[in-house]
Ligand binder design. Structure first.
Ligand code: DC
Length: 240
């Protein structure tokens, strides 16, 4: 039997990172920020001077960087070729360019393979845009987080020094449009996902709701396993 997998998808600013880390912490699971991997790839491309407007150039180089993600929810890490890039990948130049890099199919093939390798046999919360649809379609629980555009921009501008809510809202709308309309693995709600609108909820309330979903799924899985066992025993009895 494989371990628990929680898939957390949604647009930027919906609260995915804080919620995912809180859920992982509460359940003793690992945590993977897949957006950080796309950002790390973008950081490397910018440093190499690759023309990001040329998808063929991005595709030709995307197998080169060694991207390593640490999965401790209390201290997630991201390294490229041994360099700690946790800070640089949040800078404006990377944020502005990441959607173009994430739209290149070869980049996605490589990073999805890495993400599946890290997910392994489970016991992990993964956050991103395509976790429930592509990376882990068999996840135990799939959550799709949303929030109003204004709430998302407010949260993001509180995180980024010197930014206004209006500027954030505009930049996010641009990025969301690119992420949702790209040809390969666009942001969309997975079959079987539960949509959670976090606009009016506190972080603790959202975490509690996800934990409730996990408990509910586990108990229904437990019940069906017990039923299978019971029917197995009935079967044995019938035959003897
Ligand atoms: O979650 P984030 O803002 O750090 O993500 C950065 C970008 O990476 C975002 O524009 C969409 C892209 N992304 C993706 O295409 N697929 C993922 N699983 C995660 C992120």
């Amino acid at each position: 039997m494989t371990g628990l997998v929680v898939a957390m998808d949604g647009p930027s600013g919906s609260g995915k990172s804080s919620v995912s880390r809180g859920v992982a912490r509460a359940l003793g699971l690992r945590y993977l920020d897949t957006g950080a991997m796309y950002r790390a790839m973008t950081w490397w491309m910018l440093r190499q001077g690759v023309d990001l407007a040329d998808p063929a150039a991005v595709a030709a180089r995307c197998g080169e960087p060694r991207i390593e993600s640490g999965t401790d929810p209390d201290a997630p890490t991201i390294h490229v070729d041994g360099v700690d890039v946790a800070g640089p990948i949040r800078e404006a130049a990377v944020t502005a360019a990441v959607s173009a890099v994430a739209a290149v199919p070869e980049v996605r093939v490589r990073l999805v393979a890495l993400q599946r390798e890290i997910a392994g046999t489970g016991d992990i919360v993964l956050e991103g845009r395509d976790i429930g649809t592509v990376v882990c379609p068999d996840a135990t629980v799939k959550v799709y987080l949303t929030a109003s555009a204004e709430a998302r921009a407010r949260r993001r501008s509180a995180e980024v020094a010197g930014s206004t809510v209006a500027a954030q809202q505009e930049a996010m709308a641009r990025r969301d449009a690119l992420d949702s309309t790209r040809k390969t693995d666009p942001l969309s709600m997975a079959a079987g996902a539960v949509e959670l609108d976090t606009t009016a909820l506190s972080l603790d309330e959202v975490i509690a709701e996800v934990l409730r979903l996990v408990a509910e799924r586990r108990s229904s899985e437990g019940e069906s396993e017990a039923n299978e066992l019971r029917s197995g025993r009935d079967h044995v009895r019938e035959r003897t």
